[in-house]
Design a protein. Structure first.
Length: 200
């Protein structure tokens, strides 16, 4: 009996003095599909582009609980990742280009309090489409945003959001995966020679 108590006592002392090594935080493994694309080219829309076959496009009918400013606002949904690119379009003329551009910067930089860094990268695609791509570091609500414009007639903005609490570590690989799809969207983007006829 004494021997058993002594063994238990020694085991207790040893376990109290052993070195604790914390395990690294793990996340679920995500199997990504191959990047394959289809064309969005709906009649009446002033733009066309390619988007992933694993995404759905829905017409955005609301804007902060009100009617969307025009019928060319859409959402690109990624059900597999709980993600969505909100795409808004405004015609230049009724809206001043400088204000639309400044608003795009303000909407991005309002995430400064959560962001560890914000990088804006101007671009011009092989199709002659100009714009700016924003990468937001840290636990901001959106890590990827962009706008494209011809500065005279059209202005379109896109912002990627997830239906979950922002976490740079767990969403990092998904953000990288979807950034390739956003790059493809931008590089295949074209304006149509249509004069918008609906509300601006």
């Amino acid at each position: 009996m004494r021997t058993t108590i002594l063994i238990l006592f020694l085991a207790l002392i040893y376990s109290c003095n052993s070195v604790y090594t914390p395990k690294r935080r793990g996340y679920f493994k995500i199997d990504f599909p191959p990047h394959e694309y289809q064309t969005f080219d709906q009649p009446g829309y002033p733009y066309t582009f390619e988007y992933p076959i694993y995404a759905n496009i829905l017409k955005d009918s609301t804007y902060f609980d009100t009617v969307a400013p025009n019928p060319w606002w859409i959402n690109i949904d990624f059900p597999r990742f709980g993600a969505r690119i909100y795409v808004s379009y405004k015609a230049i003329g009724p809206n001043k280009f400088d204000k639309l551009r400044d608003d795009a910067y303000k909407l991005t930089f309002k995430h400064t309090y959560k962001a560890s860094a914000i990088e804006d990268s101007p671009f011009v695609t092989k199709n002659g489409i100009g714009g700016v791509f924003f990468s937001v570091g840290g636990n901001a609500a959106t890590a990827k945003q962009f706008f494209v414009t011809d500065t005279t007639r059209h202005f379109l903005r896109g912002a990627l959001y997830f239906d979950t609490t922002p976490n740079e570590d767990s969403l990092g690989v998904v953000n990288q995966f979807l950034e390739k799809d956003m790059d493809h969207l931008i590089n295949t983007f074209r304006w149509k020679n249509l004069a918008p006829q609906a509300r601006k």
